[in-house]
Design a protein around this ligand. Structure first.
Ligand SMILES: O=P(O)(O)OC[C@H]1O[C@](O)(CO)[C@@H](O)[C@@H]1O
Length: 395
C-alpha cells in the first residue's frame, strides 16, 4: 500500500516546475544538462547509435515534446503510467523533480544500459565516479583519518558526521582530517544544525538506515561514519540504501559501494582498518545493503510503496543524504523556509535526519532571523553548495 500525499494537498505550496526563468531548474536544463551530455560523450567511446540518441535527447529537451520510453523497455509500462500528463508536452512544462528522474532514465535508454547488446550494464557515469576515487587529494584525506583517531569520541563522531555532510558538496572535497579542537570549524555554513538531536537518537540498540546519495568521496565519508556508529555503541546495525542502477550522475550503486570499500582498504592505517571492520560487519549482517526501484522513481517519498515503508518503519533513525533525498523528503515545493521540518516530514515511516548541502531552491526548518540574514546576501545561498544543514525529527 502506498503512503499517499496528504488529503490537504491542495493547501500545499506549489511544486517547483521547469518553466520559471528565475528558478534554479531553468539553469539546470539550459546549462548543466548540455554540459553533462557533452561530458558523457567525451568519456566513453560510444558508437554512432548511442551518440545520436544522446544528442536527440538534448534536442527533445530543448524543443520537442517529451516522448515515452521505447516499447521494448522493461519498465515501459511503469513509466507510461508515471508519465501520464507529461508525455507529449514540452519538458519545460514538467515538474523539476519528475523530469530530472525521467532524464536520467532516458540517458540509460540512449546508452543501451538495459538493452541487449554490448553496452548492457555499462554505467555511463562510471568514468566520472572512478576519477573521484583516483584523485590524489582523496589519499591525503584518507591518511588524515589517522589524526582523527586522536580526538575524544564525541569530537571524533561530530567530525565524521560533518565530513559525511560536506562530502555531499560536489565541488569541494570533504574535509575529514581535522586537528584536535577544530571540529567546530566545519559548522560554518550550516543554516540549521540539530546534530545534538541526531546523537541523542542513537545508542547500542539503534537500527540505523542510511539512505545514500553520491558515490566517491561522499560514500567514503558515509562509510567512515557508519563504522563509527557501529564501533562506538551508537548503532546495533546499519542498512545502507543504494540505487538499483546509475542515476543522477554519481548516485551510489552496489558496485560503487564495493569500489569505495576497496578504496578505503588501499590506504594503510585507519582507513584500511575501517574497510576491514566494515567487511566484517557485512559478513556478520550488521551492515546490510538494500536497493529498491522506488529509489529511482520520479516522486517524493510521500508515494513510497508499502514494502519500502515497512522496511524503514523498523529503523530507529533514517539518515537521508544529499539534496535530492531532501527534495524527495519534504516535497519539491516552494515551502516557506521557516516551515517546520518535523511537521513536514511527519508522514515518513521513522524519525529522520537530513544531511544535505543546499543545491536547489527548496529548504525548510530555518528560523526567520537565519533566513533574513542569508537573504540579505542574495538568493544564491540556496543553490550554490556553500551552505548545509543537519535537520532532525524533534521529540
Ligand atoms: O547529489 P545531490 O546532493 O542529491 O544533488 C543533486 C542535485 O543536483 C541537481 O541535479 C542539479 O543541480 C539538483 O537538481 C539535485 O537536487
Amino acid at each position: 500500500m502506498a503512503v499517499m500525499i496528504p488529503a490537504t494537498s491542495e493547501a500545499l505550496p506549489p511544486e517547483l516546475l521547469n518553466n520559471d526563468p528565475e528558478g534554479y531548474a531553468w539553469g539546470v536544463w539550459q546549462d548543466r544538462t548540455p554540459k553533462l551530455i557533452a561530458q558523457l560523450m567525451d568519456v566513453t567511446p560510444w558508437g554512432p547509435e548511442q551518440r545520436h540518441a544522446l544528442e536527440s535527447l538534448l534536442d527533445e529537451i530543448a524543443s520537442g515534446p517529451m516522448r515515452p520510453l521505447g516499447a521494448a523497455a522493461h519498465d515501459h509500462d511503469v513509466w507510461a503510467s508515471w508519465g501520464t500528463g507529461y508525455f507529449g508536452r514540452p519538458w519545460s512544462d514538467a515538474s523539476f523533480l519528475w523530469s530530472e528522474s525521467y532524464f536520467y532514465r532516458r540517458v540509460l535508454e540512449a546508452t543501451g544500459y538495459f538493452a541487449p547488446g554490448p553496452w548492457r550494464g555499462v554505467d555511463p557515469f562510471e568514468p566520472l565516479k572512478s576519477a573521484e576515487l583516483a584523485d590524489p587529494a582523496l589519499e591525503a584525506d584518507l591518511r588524515a583519518l589517522d589524526d582523527l583517531e586522536e580526538l575524544p569520541d564525541g569530537e571524533k563522531g561530530q567530525a565524521k558526521l560533518l565530513a559525511a555532510l560536506w562530502g555531499n558538496r560536489a565541488d569541494l572535497g570533504f574535509r575529514i582530517g581535522l586537528a584536535p579542537g577544530h571540529a567546530q570549524l566545519e559548522t560554518e555554513g550550516l543554516v540549521a544544525d540539530q546534530s545534538d538531536q541526531l546523537w541523542r537518537r542513537l545508542g547500542p540498540d539503534a537500527q540505523v538506515a542510511v539512505v545514500a546519495d553520491n558515490a566517491g568521496r561522499e560514500l567514503v565519508a558515509d562509510l567512515v561514519l557508519i563504522d563509527h556508529l557501529l564501533g562506538h555503541g551508537l548503532a546495533a546495525s546499519v542498512s545502507l540504501h543504494l540505487k538499483p542502477h546509475p542515476y543522477y550522475v554519481s548516485d551510489a550503486t552496489a558496485t560503487d559501494y564495493v569500489a569505495c570499500l576497496r578504496r578505503l582498504g588501499q590506504t594503510p592505517g585507519a582507513a584500511a582498518r575501517i574497510s576491514a571492520r566494515l567487511r566484517e560487519a557485512a559478513t556478520a549482517g550488521r551492515v546490510t545493503i538494500g536497493v529498491h526501484d522506488f529509489a529511482c522513481a520520479p516522486w517524493s517519498y510521500h508515494r513510497m510503496p508499502g514494502d519500502l515503508a515497512a522496511r524503514l518503519r523498523t529503523a530507529t533513525l533514517a539518515i537521508l543524504k544529499g539534496d535530492l533525498n531532501y527534495r524527495r523528503l519534504v516535497g519539491d515545493r516552494a515551502w516557506p523556509a521557516t516551515t517546520d521540518f518535523t511537521a513536514v516530514t511527519a508522514y515518513f515511516p521513522c524519525p529522520v535526519a537530513a544531511l544535505r548541502t543546499l543545491k536547489s531552491d527548496v529548504v525548510t526548518g530555518l528560523d526567520a532571523a537565519t533566513e533574513a540574514g542569508l537573504d540579505a546576501g542574495g538568493p544564491r545561498w540556496r543553490t550554490d553548495g556553500t551552505h548545509g544543514l543537519i535537520s532532525v525529527t524533534s521529540g
